[in-house]
Design a binder for this molecule. Structure first.
Ligand code: CA
Ligand code: CA
Ligand code: CA
Length: 471
């Protein structure tokens, strides 16, 4: 301020010079008078009226860098600062090889929905984790976990004089992007420096299954280990796809469109890249050949843009990228439903454990001696009418029920109650490397088998692992 009019007694309205923020995010604006201490003010002894704060924050679009020690960075457990070649000259380190008690978190809020490149930097050193687990969240939802080799220098473009490596491209809808690294990796130390969230441009393209005749369909029936394809017709609206993209295919014995497809059977992916297939309009075609390793009645699912190849115009609320087959595909042959599969469900309190005797390496346990209100349920759909052997697996242990109670239903009709001695190794043929024991044989006419295990067995624990069904 130097013009005589601006130095006179009175109120002075005006505008600052043009300013620019180098980093995205949400900011408070502050202004300080006599910032250069040009002279001694009359209230110099107690000058508390020189700073003004704008009542409204300003949101800056563009890449956001969150560094250790800045707003948006937080820790749990024991971390220590080291001054090395790092973003802003320092980073934090903690002991690795732990249980996850030491975590560092970088978070940015107020972000527009869409696709972001998530990048990180660290100062490489030979005694650090080669598999530091960076978990990426959209709000509270874990999107993916990326193992980072902190013994190697990050590979990528530099910002603030240090290189950042791309961890993933993720699509977010909550406005909050969060990355956490824990100390469960190998090596002596895990380090936490800066993370960069860079928005990728929004395209005018919407991929969808919304036009008349769109959708997917598979064969009505197929044998295990026999290849089959899925017919699919998708639509590109708005503008031609700006790059190739992928379609991912899944199968599930549950037809629930809201299910977690990461628990379903992943069949495979295809990449759509021919110019004609990327143009605006309807596109009919056929998936690559897939095959089933497990029997049962499956609903097929297809997800457009499965690898987030570009930001769609409907990224803020993209609900039209999922297609379901209307007809089940019946797969002949033995069926296995494991704990955690789409048609496995629980009531009450169950806990996971790693167990070498369990199918898939883990099972679930609950306290025995209960009322029967804590249950584990396996459902098999798509069974042709006939007689089936009902088999179960469990990792044996002396403190488990000798009379674990399994209730067997044809559809919703209870047909039999049987028990199993879970202190003993299951006696029967193996599948997936573990033995299964035949509980009983039943006739199924409804197409659907349901088996319910409850906590009313004796001893300390009841175990829920896999169910196997064969004709
Ligand atoms: Ca830093
Ligand atoms: Ca879409
Ligand atoms: Ca299991």
């Amino acid at each position: 301020m130097s013009a005589a009019a601006d130095l006179a007694v009175g109120d002075h309205s005006g505008t600052s010079p043009s300013l620019q923020l180098p980093n995205g995010g949400t900011y408070y604006l502050l202004a300080r008078l006599t910032a250069g201490s040009s002279w001694m003010e009359s209230d110099a002894a107690k000058d508390s009226n020189d700073v003004a704060v704008a009542p409204q924050t300003v949101q800056v679009s563009g890449p956001v860098i969150v560094d250790n020690g800045t707003a948006g960075y937080s820790e749990t457990g024991a971390w220590t600062t080291e001054n090395v070649t790092a973003y802003n000259g320092s980073e934090r380190y903690a002991a690795a090889g732990g249980t996850g008690q030491n975590t560092a978190t970088w978070q940015a809020t107020g972000l527009p929905a869409g696709l972001y490149q998530v990048q990180a930097t660290w100062h490489a050193y030979g005694n650090q984790s080669s598999n530091a687990p960076y978990a990426i969240y959209d709000g509270a939802t874990l999107l993916q976990t990326v193992a980072v080799n902190q013994t190697l220098t990050p590979s990528g473009s530099s910002f603030g004089g240090v290189p950042f490596q791309t961890l993933a491209r993720v699509n977010i809808t909550t406005g909050t992007l969060k990355v956490t690294v824990g100390n469960t990796g190998n090596g002596t130390y895990v380090v936490a420096d800066a993370v960069r969230f860079a928005p990728l441009p929004v395209s005018s393209t919407d991929l969808n299954w919304s036009a008349g005749g769109d959708g997917i369909s598979g064969p009505a029936s197929v044998n295990q280990q026999t290849g089959f394809t899925i017919s699919r017709t998708y639509t590109i609206s708005g503008a031609a796809a700006p790059s190739s993209f992928t379609i991912a295919y899944y199968a599930s014995m549950s037809a629930d469109p809201k299910q977690d497809l990461s628990k379903a059977t992943f069949l495979g992916k295809e990449t759509i890249s021919a110019a004609a297939d990327l143009a605006v309009g309807n596109h009919s075609g056929t998936s690559p050949a897939f095959q089933f390793a497990n029997g049962g009645g499956y609903t097929l699912f297809a997800v457009l843009n499965a690898d987030n190849s570009f930001t769609e115009s409907d990224a803020a609320n993209d609900t039209n990228n999922l297609a379901l087959s209307t007809q089940q595909t019946l797969v002949s042959g033995p069926v296995i439903v494991d704990n955690g599969d789409p048609t496995y469900a629980e009531t009450g309190a169950w806990t996971s454990q790693l167990d070498r005797g369990a199918y898939g390496g883990s099972d679930r346990y609950t306290a025995a001696g209960g009322t029967g209100s804590t249950t584990a349920t396996w459902v098999v759909t798509g069974l042709a009418a006939g007689s089936y052997a009902i088999e179960a697996s469990w990792g044996p242990y002396y403190n488990q029920s000798t009379n674990a109670p399994y209730a067997i239903y044809d559809g919703s009709t209870l047909v039999q109650n049987v028990t199993a001695d879970q202190t003993a190794t299951p006696s029967g043929a193996s599948a997936g490397g573990v033995p299964f024991q035949v509980l009983t044989h039943v006739t199924i006419t409804s197409g659907t088998l349901k088996v319910v295990l409850s906590n009313s067995g004796n001893n300390t624990y009841v175990i829920a692992d896999a169910l196997r069904v064969e004709s």
